[in-house]
Design a binder for this molecule. Sequence first.
Ligand SMILES: NC(=O)C1=CN([C@@H]2O[C@H](COP(=O)(O)OP(=O)(O)OC[C@H]3O[C@@H](n4cnc5c(N)ncnc54)[C@H](OP(=O)(O)O)[C@@H]3O)[C@@H](O)[C@H]2O)C=CC1
Ligand SMILES: O=C(O)[C@@H]1CCC=N1
Length: 268
Amino acid sequence: MQKILFVGAGSMAEALIQGWVEQKVIPSENIYVTNRSKIERLIELSESYAVNILDDNEKIRDMDLIILAMKPKDIQPAMERIQPFLNKDTAVLSVLAGIPIHTIEEGIGNRPIARVMPNTSATIGMSASGIAFNERVDDYQKVLYLQMMEAIGIVIEVEEDKLHAVTALSGSGPAYLYYLLEAWEAVGSEFGLSKEVVRQLMVQTIAGSAAMLQSVKEEPTTLRRKVTSPGGTTEAGITALENNRFNEAIYACIKSAEARSRELAKGQ
Ligand SMILES: NC(=O)C1=CN([C@@H]2O[C@H](COP(=O)(O)OP(=O)(O)OC[C@H]3O[C@@H](n4cnc5c(N)ncnc54)[C@H](OP(=O)(O)O)[C@@H]3O)[C@@H](O)[C@H]2O)C=CC1
Ligand SMILES: O=C(O)[C@@H]1CCC=N1
């Protein structure tokens, strides 16, 4: 089994570690973690998932796969740190938003590099991930990466440039849904419903709608029309969404996130 080092030990690293350890995809003894400075965070991960803390940069030489999981702005110092200890074939998997494969090649050499864009639902095996590879990733490694990502949700291979859109849609997507839930809870309270009641109702509504889309082979438009009785409540609600430029808000949301990913690619 491969030895894997997470460089960066934040929320995304934890989501992947938890997903892989709990789904028994990678034994915790094969996982190493390191970060910039917060040792207490490494101890926390080690205590929670029985992973190893990297205590010596020399041990980077033993790693088969390095997972880059720091913020995009922190990639250069992180690459400078690990570069002297990499073998020529050490594989790299990056989860960083925006940062292109060629930036990683420039920093730590032309080697097998995969770029994946998961989301935090990896924690419970429900990530929706996009993935792209450089030409050094062979078919065997591709299958391995796809299996690793499938173990924590679904994964779709895309052209690298399309990862900006994937990031804007499914990478950030959980946050949009949580934001929607925050708004529903706020409006529900105006009608005298407690947060807890609104949460129970709407979480089940989201889960039920997602399950409908997965199991009933119908378009979202068709399913929406089935809910919308002429002259009824849904029609009134949808009209209000249209009058308040809901579509424009959604376009602006995804376009801004996609544009931000492209800025991150340029180091902005
Ligand atoms: N959160 C999400 O939903 C998603 C995030 N991503 C991507 O995952 C990456 C990480 O995000 P997230 O987990 O939220 O970030 P966090 O801020 O939670 O964690 C960042 C981690 O990187 C470490 N770090 C910073 N600089 C270095 C360095 N030079 N060497 C080693 N480690 C370093 C930090 O260490 P310390 O605390 O010691 O400073 C910290 O452990 C980002 O690039 C993001 O684009 C991708 C998909 C979804
Ligand atoms: O907000 C971000 O930049 C990261 C990438 C996708 C989700 N979180």
